[in-house]
Each structure stands twice: as C-alpha cells, then as structure tokens.
Ligand binder design. Structure first.
Ligand SMILES: [Mn+2]
Length: 354
C-alpha cells in the first residue's frame, strides 16, 4: 500500500522547468476543472495576479461557471466562462502560448476546453502545464507538477510563487495574492481540519494572513453564504440520508425533482457531502446527484485508509484517498444499483482498513 508522503516541499530546482515555461510565455490562459471549487479558483486568481505583475497577458477561462460564494474572487481578476460555440473564445484560446491547468490531472476534467487546447498543442505553438495534488495523473501535458502530499493546489501554487520570488529576487505575494491563496488552502483542508494539514500548512496560512489575507472575512464569505433554496435543499437532503450496512455506509441520492422542488442548483449540493461523514461509524459516504442531462455525478468520502479514488477510477473519475468523484454516463437508477453492489464488494476487500 502506498502511503501519501506528508510534509514535503518542492524546492526551487524542482519548480524550475515549470517556471521556465511560464516565463517564456506571453499570453497565458489559466483553467481549472469542471464544477470549480475554492482550491481551483483561488489558485487561478493568485497565479493570474502574479503573472500579470510580471507583465504577462493573463486570462482565466473555465469550463463551468463560478459558484456564487466564490464570485468575490472576480474582483481580484476576471474569470471567464468558456463558450465552445464562440469563434472568438476558441480563437483566443488557440492563440495563447501557455495553458496552465490547476487542481486537475485528467484531460477530461478540462471539459469543453480540452479539444481546443489539444488541437492547438498538436499544431505545436501551445504548451500545456499542470499543477495539481490529486492521485494518478494522466499523461497529457508538457509539464506536470502533481504532488499528492500537498493539502491543496493552493499550497503548491504558494511554493511555486515562493520559488519565483527567489528566482526573480522580488516579492510577489501582495494582499490580493494572499487572499486568493488563503481561499484555496482553507477550502481544500476543510478549514484546516483534514489529515494533510501539516505544520507547514499552518505556517503557510500564517504567512498569508501576515501578508493581508483576512481569515475571518474569507471564511464568512464562503461558508455563511447560503441562499434560501440551498438551505431548503440541505434540509431535504439531510432527511433523505440513509445509513446502511451496520453504519458503515452513508448514502444519499439527490434527484432533479429534489433540486427543482427546492429551487436549488447543482453547486448547492457541494456543501452537503460533509454531513455524510458526520456519523462516526461511517467508513464510506456516497453522494449521488442526478444531472440535468441524465448523467449521474457521484462524490465519495471515506474515513481511514480507504482509497475511494480507486473506486472512482473504475468509472473514469479520480481524486484523493479520502475524497474522490466520478460521472456515470447512465441513469441514476442504474448507477445507484451498480455502485451499491460494487461498494459492498469494495468494503469487503478493505476489511482490514475498516
Ligand atoms: Mn484541490
């Protein structure tokens, strides 16, 4: 069994290939995975501010829209939604020299951007770089820094910016950069509670607060921002959770009907998954959401050494040991049945971890 290495830190030398590619670029596009989160968005905005300060032309272009509780990041740098039907958007994407994918390590996670980035890369004038912390990266980039020891992509981007500071001999972490990085690290560590929150992560967070990130204001903006429909959905979802198999499995399915009845949106389901692990006997938690197009989104959480990313990988997804996800291409009825059977087998194989 491979255990994650905690507490490492890449040095300036290890960052140098990625830094060379960034400094060589003039027009740089930053992107993150579909259904973006605080880590992806905060990392993008922080890096965009730094690269802009270095005189680069920087755009953030994402495959899906920014969830409402992260919209405040847009005041630090514009965040565009990629429109695959717009000639202008495609043109802009294919004319840049560097694309940096943050917080994702699979080509499919780029959504509608991937075919265009891939095409421009084949023509030979675009470099694709990636900074991420998920397990088992795909081989699809020119430079990949993917370190699963890291608590967040934000932690890696902080190290990258520190390495850039060392290389260029100037300070780059302004209050705006500190705020965006703090968003990334805080959200991906579950507000500094998850196992990868090493002493180094607390030091890093302290440095960001010292450089101008307002920790309590950021927390308030992100976590005390529920809309009335999201609160209604939370209520409906909590009463629909089922605890199975003598308390080992926590299971929740959210249908399109439930979303419609409460007037809530897909991203309102994001905050629900954490309640699924709040029962101490639960080893694996599953949240399934029926999407508008009929596919089914599944999120997995686990307690202890249970690699739910392996479960997600079976269905084309991925993630971390204790948090992973995938997208089923078929109906939710079928997905629920297939997954529950599979989950029970998976738990049997992981008895020693349970
Ligand atoms: Mn992340």
């Amino acid at each position: 069994m491979i255990l994650p290495e905690y507490g490492r830190k890449l040095d300036t030398q290890e960052w140098s290939v990625l830094i060379d590619a960034l400094l060589d670029g003039q027009h740089i596009v930053l992107s993150t995975h579909e259904n973006s989160d605080g880590d992806g968005l905060g990392s993008e905005v922080a890096l965009a501010r730094v690269l802009t300060a270095l005189g680069k032309e920087v755009s953030i272009v994402n495959p899906t829209e920014v969830p409402p509780n992260y919209l405040f990041l847009k005041r630090l740098h514009p965040i565009a939604l990629f429109n695959p039907k717009s000639e202008e958007a495609i043109g802009e994407l294919s004319l840049c020299d560097v694309v940096v994918l943050l917080d994702a390590n699979l080509r499919d996670r780029m959504g509608s951007l991937w075919p265009h980035v891939s095409f421009a890369r084949e023509l030979g004038h675009l470099k694709l770089l990636c900074v991420d912390h998920h397990l088992e990266p795909d081989d699809f980039t020119d430079v990949m820094v993917c370190e699963s020891y890291a608590s967040s992509t934000g932690e890696l981007v902080y190290d990258l910016i520190c390495a850039l500071e060392e290389r260029l001999g100037r300070e780059l972490i302004t209050p705006d950069v500190a705020e965006a990085l703090y968003v990334a690290v805080m959200t991906d560590t579950g507000s500094f509670r998850f196992p990868k929150t090493t002493p180094y992560v607390y030091q890093l967070a302290g440095d960001l607060v010292g450089k101008g990130a307002d920790a309590s204001e950021i927390y308030d903006r992100i976590y005390n921002s529920l809309t009335a429909p999201a609160l209604k959905l939370l209520g409906a979802a909590l009463s629909a959770i089922t605890i199975l198999d003598d308390g080992l499995i926590s299971w929740l399915f959210i249908s399109q009907d439930m979303l419609k009845a409460t007037g809530s949106k897909l991203f309102d389901t994001d905050l629900i998954v954490r309640y699924l692990l709040s029962v101490p006997t639960v080893r694996i938690a599953v949240l399934m959401v029926e999407m508008q197009d009929g596919r089914t989104k599944a999120s997995f959480r686990s307690r202890g050494k249970i690699y739910v990313n392996h479960l997600a990988k079976k269905y084309g997804g991925g993630g971390h040991m204790n948090a992973a996800g995938c997208l089923f291409q078929f109906s939710s009825d079928k997905a629920q049945k297939v997954l529950l059977d599979d989950l029970r087998m998976f738990l049997k194989d992981h008895q020693e971890a349970v």
